[in-house]
Write a protein that binds this ligand. Structure first.
Ligand SMILES: [Zn+2]
Length: 398
């Protein structure tokens, strides 16, 4: 069951015998390194064992030759409170997703709260409460960045200034509330940006009864920071419009699990051909009508690699370093100074692929052997992925 694990561990973590170091950095996705040292939850050294200070660790993990990657970031979730979602009456969905390698989630709006307030003071109160609640409580240790208000008609710049002053840093999906016109959305997105609040826009047809269509012209005019689920959630815009968004907008291209798979492939190929893969980030858009997807991010990585033709080590960067840079997070990359959020991956047992990366390129999802957040082990062999061929071992500590 979910536990509160907000406290950062103190001490020295050494991970040795890493077989493949996946950095999360699209410019250099594979590092020639076999050792990572972290102190008090922050990465200090990445390199060969002989070049690292590995003496006297409080926790020693033998990676057993498997791959180490940054913890995955889900750029698009709809949490409510704690590890409960009313959307499908499920508890423990975040803990389950930890077992899919996800260490950070970003709210695109707490839209599933029964009786969600839509008046301005009420939506601000909900956003501030959600931001506080998830800041104070990490389900299963997962960092949930929440408190993402759904903007409504009648909001003024003062409202955005108040939200920002109260600690709100995100907008819920623009278009899920009453603001659906391009010019109106553009004004509010600009106010949000001025006050340091990042915005995401819903793209495509309505997700569930009550939401509506946001077409490419509205997306371009609103100019939100993230083109949310560019492949629809589920209903996508025509492929030509999606490709036009990739070409004409400078903003982040978010591809989600709960979207149209054919358009997901088209979008990533448009981004590749336009030399802007650094703008691609991944989400699940769960919980939603499709349920929750503990393995959703791994599944999108495998989809984009196998059918989209993106090398697996690059596809992994979409859900790690790209998202961290675009969302201004301190995780997502394995480099000194970043927080020690990791997922250990190996090829699933009996995949046709000879290596982890080859197995993903063939469309198989990897096995998760361990997940570490802020330098602390949060789970061992995943209860949800196909079993990893080899799993890391905690030699001592924790
Ligand atoms: Zn949406």
């Amino acid at each position: 069951m979910a536990v509160d694990t907000t406290a950062s561990p103190k001490g020295r973590l050494v991970i040795r015998n890493i077989g493949l170091l996946l950095s999360g950095d699209l410019a250099r996705p594979i590092l020639d390194a076999d050792t990572v040292v972290a102190v008090d939850g922050v990465i200090r050294q990445v390199g060969k064992a002989k070049d690292c200070d590995t003496a006297q660790p409080d926790t020693l993990i033998d990676a057993k030759g498997v791959a180490l990657a940054p913890g995955l970031i889900d750029s698009h979730v709809h949490p409510v409170f704690g590890d409960w979602t009313p959307r499908q009456s499920q508890i423990g969905w975040i803990d389950s997703t930890l077992n899919g390698g996800v260490t950070t989630m970003i709210s695109a709006g707490e839209v599933h709260l029964p009786g969600r307030p839509k008046d301005i003071v009420g939506l601000k109160a909900l956003a501030i409460t959600a931001q506080r609640a998830f800041h104070n409580f990490r389900p299963a240790g997962v960092k949930v960045l929440a408190g993402a208000p759904v903007i409504e008609k009648g909001m003024t710049e003062t409202d955005f200034a108040e939200l920002a002053a109260a600690g709100v840093t995100l907008l819920g999906e623009v278009g899920l509330g009453s603001v659906k016109a391009g010019a109106e959305a553009q004004q509010m997105v600009a106010w949000a940006r001025k006050h340091g609040i990042q915005s995401t826009i819903h793209t495509g047809g309505p997700s569930i009864p009550g939401s509506g269509l946001i077409d490419k012209d509205v997306v371009l005019e609103a100019d939100a920071d993230v083109i949310g689920h560019i492949n629809g959630g589920h209903t996508a815009l025509p492929e030509a419009h999606v490709c036009e968004l990739c070409e004409r907008s400078r903003r982040a291209i978010e591809i989600v699990h709960n979207g149209n798979e054919k358009i997901a492939v088209a979008a990533v190929q448009a981004a590749r051909d336009g030399k802007c893969l650094h703008r691609v980030i991944l989400g699940t858009d769960g919980p939603a009508g499709s349920g929750v997807q503990p393995l959703g991010i791994l599944r999108v990585i495998a989809l984009l690699s196998s059918l989209g033709g993106i090398p697996a080590e690059q596809a992994l960067c979409f859900a790690t370093g790209n998202t961290a840079r675009i969302r201004k997070l301190d995780c997502g990359l394995i480099e000194p100074g970043r927080v020690a959020d990791f997922v250990f991956l190996d090829c699933a047992q009996h995949t046709a692929g000879r290596t982890l990366l080859e197995s993903v390129a063939l469309g198989d999802i990897p096995g998760v052997g361990m997940v570490v957040i802020d330098g602390a082990v949060r789970c061992g062999r995943s209860r949800n992925t196909p079993p990893a061929t080899e799993i890391p071992v905690v030699v001592h500590g924790q």
